[in-house]
Write a protein that binds this ligand. Structure first.
Ligand code: DHB
Ligand code: FE
Length: 283
């Protein structure tokens, strides 16, 4: 049976791509963010994942206003990277893990999650940058991937409760997979930020901390008490991306331990958070 080795949740700001392209990791502006990663790199070197499932939100690259699935999953051989035109170079295509994709698709549909199934799917900064941060300097990206996109850009949004249930079912699907693969789960987005409107620049460090703490509980469903509107009120319109963290964390079962966390405000307009969590009994 396959194993979920842990989850890493992190923000996905496009300007990180520029910082990577220009080698700005030690720059005073960037170092408080990039310094959050070496302990996670050490842990990844120990647990040696050989596939990655990524919960992220497409921002209008692959899905647009005329076609917006609530939950979509990739089942392709590769995923081409493109972005929203901020001038960051695209990365080479990311390899797909077709066998894992179909295991997830079949299990999810069998367990009442009617996913949009995409054999052709482009991936934006929200997918590409966190993977680059976790496995720096490796190009093309070395591990096969499965993208899972959750809608946070166009009403109506999936509830935190539903995203928690989706994450739990993805975890069950991985554990039910007849394979000895070790799967890492990544959630991207958040933490608090709002990019437009009267509250542009809104941040909420108190809520962000409470949220990160909640993911360390054995029952990590704290965010499910809030509606999407409540979450937006607390962490901003784009802060709703924290539902990716909820989905990723819920793939783990039982007690967990925090491998590392980092929090720095702001990077661009965003409260930049990173948190790696592993099952308590797994190294
Ligand atoms: C920023 C943050 C995001 O989550 C995003 O998708 C785009 C931009 C920002 O802070 O600049
Ligand atoms: Fe975003």
């Amino acid at each position: 049976m396959a194993t979920v080795v842990g989850c890493v949740n992190t923000s996905h700001i496009p300007s990180i791509g520029k910082a990577l392209a220009h080698g700005l990791q030690k720059d005073p502006y960037w170092s408080p963010f990039f310094n959050g990663f070496p302990p996670i790199h050490d842990w990844l070197a120990e647990v040696k994942p050989d596939a990655v499932v990524v919960f992220y939100n497409d921002h209008g690259l692959n899905f647009f206003l005329d076609n917006m699935p609530t939950f979509a999953i990739g089942a392709g051989t590769e995923y081409v990277n493109g972005d929203e035109g901020v001038g960051t170079p695209d990365f080479p295509p990311f390899q797909g893990d077709e066998a894992l994709s179909w295991q997830l698709v079949n299990y999810l549909v069998d367990h009442d999650f009617d996913m949009s199934i995409c054999q052709d799917m482009m991936v934006d900064h929200a997918f590409a940058l966190p993977l680059k941060l976790l496995f720096p300097g490796l190009s093309p990206f070395p591990l096969p991937t499965v993208p899972v996109s959750l809608n946070t850009v166009l009403y109506p949004f999936p509830s935190a409760r539903r995203c928690a249930a989706l994450g739990k079912t993805v975890g069950d699907a991985i554990r039910a997979w007849d394979s000895d693969k070790r799967v890492l789960v990544v959630g991207t987005g958040g933490l608090s930020h709002q990019l437009e409107g009267e509250r542009a620049g809104h941040l909420n460090p108190e809520f962000d901390k409470q949220f990160m703490d909640s993911l360390l509980q054995e029952n990590p469903d704290w965010l499910s008490q809030f509606s999407s509107e409540d979450i937006i009120e607390k962490v901003g319109t784009a802060g709703l991306e924290i539902i990716m963290w909820v989905a990723a964390r819920n793939t783990l079962q039982g007690p967990v331990r925090e491998i590392h966390r980092n929090y720095h405000i702001p990077i661009s307009n965003t409260a930049a958070g990173t948190q790696a969590i592993a099952p308590f009994n797994l190294k």
